[in-house]
Every structure is written in C-alpha cells, then in structure tokens.
Design a protein around this ligand. Structure first.
Ligand code: C2E
Ligand code: MG
Ligand code: MG
Ligand code: MG
Length: 292
C-alpha cells in the first residue's frame, strides 16, 4: 500500500516491482471495461442513530470482484482510477448505480438516506455539480437524504477550491460530510468555514476505543467540538458493544461498524433493515434509556 502511494514510477525499480507494475497495468485496463460492462457493484453499510438504534442512512461502498484476481480493495482501484484518469467515469458510474438502488428501496418503503464517497479529485471536476443534479434530478425534497462524504485530507489539498465546490453542492440541497476526520491536518477555524453538516471520526480512533484511554480523550473532545460547531457526529469502525456504549454516553449521533452491521448488497438491504429493527426492540428492553 505504501509502495502504491509512492507511485508506480518510483517503485518499479525495486525487486518484485515488475510484477506489481504488470498487475497495475492489468487492473487499470480491466477497470476501464469493468466500469463500462457492469463489473462493479455497490454494497451498503448502515449508519444508525446511536440513541435509538434506528437505521438512518447507508453508506455506499464500491466493490470489484475481478474475474481472475478476485477481490480488489476499493483503496487500491480507486487510487489506480485516480492515477489513470478514470476517476470521474468511476464516480459518475457509482452515482448512477446508487441512484437506481436507492430509488428501488424508497419505492419498496425503506426510509433510509444514502451516503456516497467522493474522491479528492472529484472536487476539481467541473461537471460534478451538474452530474449530481442531473442524476438525482427528480428527487426534489429527498435531496437532503443524499450525503456526500469527502475526506478531511481532500478538503485540505486546496481549501479554496474545495469550498467553492462544496458551496455549489450545498446549493443543490445535499448533505455534506467530512470523512476520516482526525487523519488530516485541518484546523478548527478551517472546519468552521466549510458548509458541512456532518463529521465522521476516522475508524483508527474507534476500533480500539474501549481499551485506549488516549483514543477516548480524542473522540470525546472531537464530539464536543463538532457539536459546538453545529455538526452531527458519526463514528465509523464500531466493532463491539463496549465501544458503542461509550459513544452513546458521549452523545455521538450516528454509528457505523461491523458490530452494528456489515456492508450488504442492495438486494439484502431490506432484510438487514428488518433485522436492525428487531434489534432496536431488544435494545429498548435492555436499555430503556436508549429508546426514543
Ligand atoms: P471510508 O469511506 O472511510 O469507508 C469506511 C470503510 O470502513 C469501508 O471500507 C468499510 O467497509 C470499513 N468499515 C466499516 N465498519 C468497519 C469496522 O467496524 N471495522 C473495520 N475494520 N472496518 C470497517 P472499504 O469498503 O474497504 O472502503 C475503504 C475506503 O475506500 C473508503 O473509506 C473510501 O475512502 C473508499 N471507497 C469505498 N467505496 C468508495 C466509492 O464508492 N467511491 C470512492 N470515491 N471511494 C470509495
Ligand atoms: Mg466514507
Ligand atoms: Mg471514513
Ligand atoms: Mg477511510
């Protein structure tokens, strides 16, 4: 992964790098056809109301099962899409897939918003706002149920440009979220100026929250700070009940993680929603203070 981040040109002279380079070339070319011929699909991971356990949104996560190489992590192929000039095609494709899936679950009576990840490079894509507006064009009052997640580091690459893009997206009525918060270097004053409504605490602070006092300090003060700025706070990477309870105690608004639900296919989402609703009833019995 580190090698990937240093870039193809630098790493291909190291031993074993010829193979890696070939793999990358193959992936870049196969990704091109996967985008065009339905080789990618979306998974959806629930984001729950921490107080009530209610399913509020799902995060769309792109998946690529390569016919020969098997599962390719989105971090790997999104990086390659960025390097090979395919990222906007990929984002466009994802927006369309998600719009189709979400329309189907709305029509089936499932009331969950959807969050979509943008690449850092999408913030400088001139057509972005128009594409979002046209793909989600018929949604009108449902626009706020679409959240766009942008990583903190993407926002800090070029804060002026990011601000202009976010303002245009905000004018469409979509909700904006700062993803992976805590891994970049944004200051409070920079964050305050951005037209965002949600902050997602990076999972590196959450994964071992129940056993790491320093993470507890960071997460607790991040929640307070974000609330002070009027933002909703999401914690990602909740892997156990003890962690979820701490976050509930500190007033963290939304939770996401394998303990609550794994990412599932669009087809399995309705069933997952039912299972979560049943768990919500259990929760009300066990922890009455957490029911609405
Ligand atoms: P992200 O946006 O921060 O997404 C959350 C990641 O954390 C997902 O990994 C999710 O599966 C994982 N996760 C959720 N709960 C837990 C947990 O309890 N424990 C652990 N260990 N992990 C958990 P995934 O799907 O591999 O995606 C990785 C990253 O790739 C995403 O991070 C995002 O930056 C990028 N990505 C994924 N899908 C898309 C997409 O459609 N478009 C773009 N531009 N980027 C995407
Ligand atoms: Mg995300
Ligand atoms: Mg994240
Ligand atoms: Mg991430």
């Amino acid at each position: 992964e580190q090698a990937l981040q240093q870039g193809v040109a630098v790493t291909r002279y190291e031993p074993g790098q010829d193979e890696n380079h070939l793999r990358e070339l193959k992936l870049v070319s196969d990704l091109h056809s996967a985008i065009r011929h339905g080789g990618l699909h979306m998974n959806y991971q629930p984001k729950l109301d921490n107080r009530t356990g209610q399913l509020l949104q799902v995060e769309a996560l792109v998946r690529w099962i390569h016919p020969e190489l098997g599962f390719i992590s989105p971090e790997e192929f999104i990086f390659l899409a960025e390097q090979s000039g395919q990222i906007h095609d990929l984002t466009d494709h994802i927006l369309q897939r998600v719009a189709d899936d979400a329309r189907a679950w709305f029509n089936a009576g499932l009331d969950a918003g959807v969050a979509i990840n943008l690449s850092a490079m999408d913030l400088t894509w001139p057509a972005l706002t128009d594409r979002v507006a046209s793909i989600f064009g018929g949604w009108h009052h449902n626009m706020a149920r679409i959240t766009l997640e942008v990583t903190e580091s993407a926002l800090m690459d070029d804060p002026e440009e990011a601000m202009a893009t976010l303002n245009r997206l905000r004018d469409l009525g979509v909700t904006l979220s700062v993803d992976d918060f805590g891994t970049g270097y944004s200051s409070l004053s920079q964050l305050r100026k951005l037209p965002v409504q949600e902050l997602k605490i990076d999972k590196s602070f959450v994964l071992k929250l129940n056993s790491e006092p320093q993470d507890q300090l960071i997460v607790k003060s991040t929640i307070d700070m974000a609330h002070g700025l009027g933002l909703k706070v999401v914690a990602e990477g909740i892997e156990n009940l003890a962690t979820w309870k701490l976050l509930q105690t500190w007033g963290c608004d939304l939770g996401q993680g394998f303990y609550l639900s794994r990412p599932v296919s669009a087809d399995d989402l309705a069933q997952t929603a039912v299972a979560l609703a049943e768990r919500q009833l259990d929760l009300a019995e066990i922890m009455p203070e957490h029911s609405s």
